[in-house]
Design a binder for this molecule. Structure first.
Ligand code: NAP
Ligand code: ZN
Ligand code: ZN
Length: 353
């Protein structure tokens, strides 16, 4: 084991603060990454505050991790010291079940090991995430990063990027299609960029009138203020696909009404309470209401390569680790443009007493 520092919280109602802990030593197939930046996902906030009712404390969030390889195990073939590397939401899975064999480790039937709040296979201890100086991960769950993109702005691709890329691919979004994205936050702004790059006609739904111009710059062809019933009604039964990226409770039936016959509303936003579905609007047009969870390792690599080719990164606001609670507060006010990224240099000298 080696000593590491990060930011964690001891309970749902306490702020995150400096935290000293130990990481496992680098095993034969492990890669140690010195973390340069870590994105701030709304899931980090849900988890730190136990909104999904499954948090194990202390909780050290962060699953949009980028940095350089500091050390590799004797049997590592995929990475070399000094190379850029990333880690997303998973660090291990059973590798044997039908989902794992299909490259869909996120749906591992035995449960994948989450980057934080999971149970580390190698030690049996709770996993600690990317709000820290370093991480040790098996090479099969480490991603190669494009060299041509700004590193800090690549970090959010590891969750927000893949979580939106995967359903856009699964529902075959492309030219000639009208695609809706609900909510312009971390996930939503990546969905707009990716769907635009895939050639779709992109319509962004927002509750924030001040985001209209930004959304167009990010790649939206049209922007709808979702509180305006008239604007919403004008799009009735016209969408091929809608991706809902909203973190809070809201009326999804307003969006289901906008789908064509047989089209799908896919939920990636994960509010803590159940969402009510008016089944008649599904029945009468054979519409689908679906969900999607991050993406597999191979697809995450495909997404990173796609972003490298198309020059796609996240629009970020860099923060020091010490400002995490302010960032969470702004996130709750939908005041994120459009992803906070923590500069891990700010952790130097921040070790807990
Ligand atoms: P975020 O940056 O906070 O963005 C959420 C956006 O939702 C806001 O910017 C806002 O957009 C909209 N919104 C917020 N409150 C709203 C309300 N009351 N009514 C309507 N719209 C509202 O969050 P994020 O990091 O993108 O994450 C979004 C959600 O996805 C979270 O629940 C997160 O846990 C979940 N998630 C799921 C997966 C998965 O695998 N399925 C992966 C990662 C994250 P506007 O200002 O434009 O309205
Ligand atoms: Zn996330
Ligand atoms: Zn499995």
């Amino acid at each position: 084991m080696f000593a590491c520092t990060g930011y964690a919280t001891e309970s749902a109602d306490q702020p995150l603060g400096p935290f000293n802990f130990e990481r496992r030593d680098v095993g034969p197939t492990d890669v140690k990454i010195d973390i340069a930046y870590c994105g701030v996902c709304h899931s980090d906030l849900h988890q730190a505050r136990n909104e999904w009712k499954n948090t194990v404390y202390p909780c050290l969030p962060g699953h949009e991790i980028v940095g350089r390889v500091a050390e590799v195990g004797a049997e590592v073939t995929k990475f070399k010291v000094g190379q850029l590397a990333g880690v997303g939401c998973m660090v291990e899975s059973c590798r044997e079940c039908a989902s794992c064999r299909d490259g869909l480790e996120q749906y591992c039937e035995n449960g994948f090991v989450a980057t934080y709040n999971g149970v580390e296979k190698q030690t049996g201890k709770t996993t600690f995430g990317g709000y820290s100086k370093a991480v040790v991960v098996d090479q099969d769950f480490v991603l190669r990063l494009p060299e041509n993109l700004e590193l800090a702005a690549v970090a959010p691709l590891l969750c927000a990027g893949i979580t939106t890329y995967s359903p856009l691919r699964r529902w075959k979004v492309g030219p000639g299609q009208k695609v809706g994205v609900v909510g312009l936050g971390g996930l939503g702004h990546m969905a707009v960029k990716l769907a635009h790059a895939m050639g779709a006609h992109v319509v962004l739904f927002t509750t924030s009138p001040n985001k209209v111009e930004d959304a167009k710059k990010l790649g939206a062809d049209e922007v709808v203020i979702s509180k305006d019933k008239e604007q919403m009604g004008a799009h009735a039964s016209s969408f091929d696909f809608i991706l809902d990226c909203v973190a809070a409770n809201h009326d999804i039936n307003e969006y289901i009404e906008l789908l064509k016959r047989d089209a799908t509303l896919c939920q990636v936003g994960a509010p803590e309470d159940p969402l009510a579905v008016a089944v008649f609007s599904l029945i009468f047009k054979r519409r689908n209401f679906a969900g999607s969870l991050i993406g597999g390792i191979a697809e995450t690599q495909e997404m990173l390569d796609f972003c490298g080719e198309h020059g796609i990164v996240s629009d970020i606001e860099m923060i020091p680790m010490q400002d995490i609670e302010t960032a969470y507060a702004r996130m709750l006010k939908s005041d994120v443009k459009y992803r906070f990224v923590i500069d891990m240099k700010s952790l130097d000298g921040a070790a807990a007493a």
